[in-house]
Write a protein that binds this ligand. Structure first.
Ligand code: OOG
Ligand code: MG
Length: 282
């Protein structure tokens, strides 16, 4: 266990996310139990009812504390947290999921799948795939006060990315607090191999085309993500308590709605002037 994880555990009320807007209402014991419950659903690929069915009063602070506890459980078993993700940063995603504010989660080492590789469907419940732009940092980022300029200056390169989400909740139905507790449906991610400078291109007008088995299934442009994908990363940095370390992979959120994937499907994503990535579901 890293000292960071240890101190997070010892300081029971500490969450990796700042929660100016709400206070915790659940006991430490309940938070630990719900974290175990949701992580088990992930590891066994079995869906569960959304936790707000039993805890309707729970707050976003409770939800981030549960997410944090899931992260702690993984880190305690030796998994590295390799990055963070923003979710529900585009209108398309907010409308698709019926939720109206961005959320943030973490990426564990075993979520990473190489570009051109395979996603094993048997390890997942009901996966969906999303086209995203990933940022890799050369310098740490720390809020408050981060903005698009701070993010671009700290970015080493940007790459096209797939996120494979897999809500642990039945029928992929949830509310904001339930999805935050479930680490924002994070399951797998794939980043491209072609590194592009974030400074010398306009990420707002970068076109994005996702194909499923050769047919175009989703298209958009970078600006769909909060006007500029770097603003999702600024928001992420401003909500984290801890500094985001150099080298982190940061997913800025789906540009379009997520598309369901089943065994045998292959997906390709092309982002204008940033290259192409592909993945197969087996
Ligand atoms: C929540 C996660 C959304 C994105 O990029 O918008 C997300 C979900 O829709 O299950 O990752
Ligand atoms: Mg996503």
């Amino acid at each position: 266990m890293g000292t960071e994880a240890a101190s997070r555990q010892l300081n029971g009320s500490a969450s990796a996310i700042r929660n100016g807007d709400s206070a915790r209402t659940l006991s430490r014991e309940t938070i630990e139990r719900l974290a175990e419950h949701l992580e088990q659903a992930e590891l066994e690929a079995k869906d569960v009812v959304k936790i707000t069915d039993n805890y309707p009063e729970m707050t976003q602070a409770d939800a981030y504390a549960i997410q944090d506890q899931i992260r702690f459980r993984k880190e305690s078993r030796g998994h590295r947290t390799v990055g963070l993700k923003a979710g529900l940063t585009s209108r398309a995603k907010m409308t698709q999921m019926g939720v109206n504010s961005p959320v943030f989660g973490f990426l564990s080492d075993y979520f990473a799948v190489p570009a051109g590789g395979e996603i094993r469907v048997s390890e997942l419940i009901h996966p969906k795939i999303e086209p995203e732009i990933a940022f890799v940092l050369k310098r740490p980022l720390k809020g408050p006060g981060c903005h698009i300029g701070t993010v671009l200056a700290a970015t080493d390169f940007v790459v096209p990315a797939f996120e494979i989400i897999d809500s642990r909740y039945r029928d992929f139905k949830f509310d904001l607090t339930s999805v935050i507790a479930d680490n924002c449906s994070s399951a797998r991610f794939v980043v491209g191999e072609q590194m592009s400078s974030a400074k010398h291109r306009d990420l707002r007008t970068a076109g994005c085309v996702m194909q499923k088995n050769g047919a175009v299934v989703a298209l958009g442009a970078g600006a769909a993500v909060l006007g500029h994908p770097a603003s999702a990363i600024a928001m992420m940095a401003n909500t984290q308590r801890e500094e985001i370390p150099a080298g982190s992979v940061l997913l800025s959120g789906a540009i379009t709605e997520a598309v369901a994937a089943t065994r045998g499907d292959s997906f390709t994503l092309r982002i204008q002037d940033m290259g192409t990535i592909s993945i197969r579901f087996v």
